[in-house]
Design a protein around this ligand. Structure first.
Ligand code: PLP
Length: 471
């Protein structure tokens, strides 16, 4: 069973492939030309009875899989939130897979458990998270957000953990967000039995930021109607436009009314390591939970999302359930299985530790700063070009814009023009952008966040956009 005879050669081959790939990810189309079902049709219906040589598998990886990959590591990947994977993280992932520990109890890997708390302290300090808070790693911000809302629900004292939510009279529970809050909050409301209709969309100001006065009114009206506020979700860096909700003022509303405040800084939170962006964290110290995604803008591959908690015991109260076979005599240790739905957890702290050490904070800061500067430059080019417009403030590394030919004001016509442009641009394989809607307007959205993106890539993207717009 042990297949170590050829391992060194096989792994060396993989290492060579990775090196060549990361040196020139731009060799590939960003978005593959694959048609639905085409790749599956090239793969056998069943696994082989007898093992195949590693060489044969690698050949198929290169010939069948890679051409059908959307290359998130491509420097001209500008869609959604652009991300990237750096070599130190890839090496750490290989080591984590080798050790294959499950970070659930302290004793199921003391070093993994303790490294997680040390690296969380490092990250918290870099971002200005209060020293007394606890950081826990989850796979995604969606699960971290769900976990925070579950803790908020538990802290209501409605005995939902014990009695559930059915067959008895409970108040309607309400979550306060905005139309720009990421959709995982509504999914969490569905999963937690709150119902997505009870996610209240608080009005925003002209810059797509939550209006704290409107928030206060919405909560007070709900309470007067007999409902029970469960949590407020403020966003630092919304998905569509990277708007930053006024967390400090929202925190006052939350504190005055005793409502849990969750801050979703999945994308923008890491930028708080820049001294000039420290303001992103204003007011967060008065919140209850904060999510930041190193797998978005910190050069860490999927998956690694961090939930910082003012009081980790709230999450433990929501989730800890220890069957006999998982009891231990380890005493005062953190057993990470107590902080969420998952029992076995991947050793994600290792890649964060490798990358923080190997890149160093200065290099990370330089990259983040450069991404913000590149986005600002792109916005200037677009803003100065006749027939194009910038569609939202762009405080960080994402720019919303669109083609706006003279004399065309009809929104559905502008949507048709820009959606067609998006398809044409992405079909070139030379770059990948995505879109969103703001106030009902269809806009293109260019996100910069890949460690390998340079000014030449952004300039090329602008040329491609202009060329395809002319076409
Ligand atoms: N929160 C925000 C603001 C996001 O933009 C996203 C994804 O883009 C998420 C949460 C969800 O992130 P994840 O994929 O880690 O669940």
């Amino acid at each position: 069973m042990e297949q170590l005879e050829t391992f060194e050669d096989d792994f060396a081959r993989v290492a060579r492939w990775i090196e060549a790939y990361l040196k020139h990810p731009e060799r590939y189309r960003v978005l593959p030309a694959a048609r639905p079902g085409e790749i599956a049709a090239r793969l056998p219906d069943a696994p082989p009875e007898q093992g195949e040589p590693f060489e044969a598998i690698m050949r198929d990886f290169e010939d069948v899989i890679v051409p059908g990959i959307t290359h998130w590591n491509h420097p001209r990947f500008f869609a959604y939130f652009a991300t990237s994977s750096v070599p130190a993280a890839i090496a750490a992932e290989a080591l984590a897979a080798t050790l294959d520990v499950k970070v659930m109890l302290w004793r199921t890997s003391p070093a993994a458990a303790e490294l997680e708390s040390v690296v969380m302290r490092w990250l918290g300090r870099l971002l200005g998270v209060p020293e007394s808070w606890t950081g826990i790693i989850y796979d995604t911000a969606s699960i971290a957000g769900f976990t925070a809302l579950a803790a908020a629900r538990e802290s209501l004292g409605l005995a939902i953990r014990e009695e559930g939510m059915t067959g008895r009279a409970l108040p309607v529970l309400r979550v306060y967000a905005t139309e720009h809050t990421h959709s995982h909050i509504e999914k969490a409301a569905i999963a937690l039995g709150i119902g997505h209709r009870n996610v209240v969309k608080v009005p925003c100001d002209a810059q797509y930021r939550m209006d704290p006065a409107a928030l206060a009114r919405a909560i007070d009206e709900d309470v007067a109607a007999g409902m029970r506020p469960l949590a407020i979700v403020a966003t630092v860096g919304t998905t569509s436009t990277t708007a930053v909700d006024p967390v400090a003022r929202i925190a006052e509303v939350a504190r005055e009314r005793g409502v849990w405040l969750h801050v979703d800084a999945a994308y923008a939170g890491v930028a708080a390591m820049l001294p000039e962006q420290r303001g992103l964290m204003d007011g967060v110290d008065a919140a209850d939970s904060l999510v930041v995604n190193p797998h978005k803008w910190l050069f860490i591959p999927m998956d690694c999302s961090v939930l910082f908690l003012r009081d980790e015991a709230t999450v433990r109260r929501a989730f800890s359930l220890v069957p006999e076979y998982l009891t231990t005599t380890d005493g005062d240790v953190r057993n990470y299985m107590d902080y969420g739905l998952q029992l076995g957890r991947r050793f994600r702290a290792l890649k964060l530790w490798f990358v923080l050490r190997h890149l160093g904070v200065e290099q990370m800061r330089d990259r983040l700063r450069e991404h913000i500067a590149l986005a600002q430059r792109f916005a200037r080019w677009v803003g100065a070009e006749d027939g194009w417009e910038i569609c939202a403030p762009h405080p960080l590394s994402v720019v919303c814009f669109r083609l706006r030919p003279h004399g065309i004001d009809d929104e559905s016509e502008l949507e048709r023009i820009n959606a067609a442009l998006l398809e044409r641009v992405n079909a070139t394989g030379e770059m990948f952008v995505s879109h969103t809607k703001i106030d009902g307007r269809y806009v293109l959205r260019l996100a910069i966040g890949n460690a390998r993106t340079t000014e030449a890539d952004v300039a090329a993207a602008w040329q491609i956009l202009r060329r395809e717009a002319r076409g």
